[in-house]
Design a protein around this ligand. Structure first.
Ligand SMILES: Nc1ncnc2c1ncn2[C@@H]1O[C@H](COP(=O)(O)OP(=O)(O)OP(=O)(O)O)[C@@H](O)[C@H]1O
Ligand SMILES: [Mg+2]
Length: 228
């Protein structure tokens, strides 16, 4: 569904060029359940942002459903993101002047909004135990509460693939389980693909496909074990 071929990403720091991704080839297949692990700073968020079409590779190509993505066409990019991809960031990124319910409604596209949009949004908030704070000030939420809202916000348009960047990083054990359970249930119910970047070994081991990013390259788990 999303294919990265020979993707390089580097950042300029003054005169120096820092290479983060060095020729990554990665295919996220339809309905796949994949986990990505790797040391801090190895480029996991960078990789996820490229797969989510939020960042352009320095070189290399990205394909969505077999079609090469043209990163210069902003309209096409946002349509692809809206229609196909649900993204959960490492930080919740909620809009502070809107309450949780409004954050979900704003993210909802016209096809899903309709008259039942509000009800669907409330049901999602309920699933993560946030219904009673649907109308609260977002700024008053704890980090974990905000993350739970951000997670269901990514589900409002029934994405074909959910890309999650450490979705449970800010949560305690109980909420971490709740959120992971919701993501797996969503995958079972909707058949969407699920990609989770995590530092949590237990979650990392749960993926049907597990990959490790190290030294700017994607390794299968077996390969990664050989390097330690
Ligand atoms: N916009 C940017 N400009 C310059 N350097 C950046 C930028 N974004 C990321 N980097 C650098 O790229 C490297 C990889 O960052 P990235 O956030 O992808 O790592 P990560 O694997 O997600 O780490 P973590 O596990 O800590 O979240 C880091 O060294 C970071 O400083
Ligand atoms: Mg990261």
């Amino acid at each position: 569904m999303i294919r990265l071929t020979n993707v390089h990403k580097s950042y300029k720091d003054g005169e120096k060029e820092h290479s983060i991704l060095n020729g990554v080839d990665l295919t996220i297949r339809e309905k796949e359940w994949m986990t990505i692990m790797g040391p801090s700073g190895c480029g996991k968020s960078t990789l996820l942002n490229i797969a989510a079409l939020l960042a352009e590779p320095t070189s290399g190509s990205v394909y969505v459903d077999g079609r090469q993505v043209d990163f210069r066409k902003e309209k096409e990019l946002s349509a692809l993101r809206r229609d196909k991809i649900g993204l959960i960031f490492q930080n919740p990124n909620l809009i502070g002047c809107l309450n949780p319910l409004e954050n979900l409604l704003l993210a909802m596209d016209a096809r899903h909004k309709g008259r039942s949009g509000r009800k669907a949004a409330m049901e999602l908030l309920e699933k993560v135990g946030m219904a009673d704070k649907a109308n609260s000030n977002v700024k008053s939420l704890s980090g974990g509460e905000a993350q739970r809202v951000a997670i269901v916000r990514a589900l409002v348009n029934h994405p074909q693939v959910l890309l999650c960047d450490e979705p449970t990083g800010a949560l305690d054990r109980e909420n971490s389980r709740l959120v992971l359970g919701l993501l797996l249930l969503t995958r079972r119910e909707t058949g969407c693909g699920l990609v989770i970047v995590t530092h949590d070994r237990e979650i990392g081991d749960m993926g049907e496909r597990r990959i490790v990013l190290n030294g700017g390259e994607v390794l299968g788990v077996d390969q990664a074990l050989q390097t330690v």
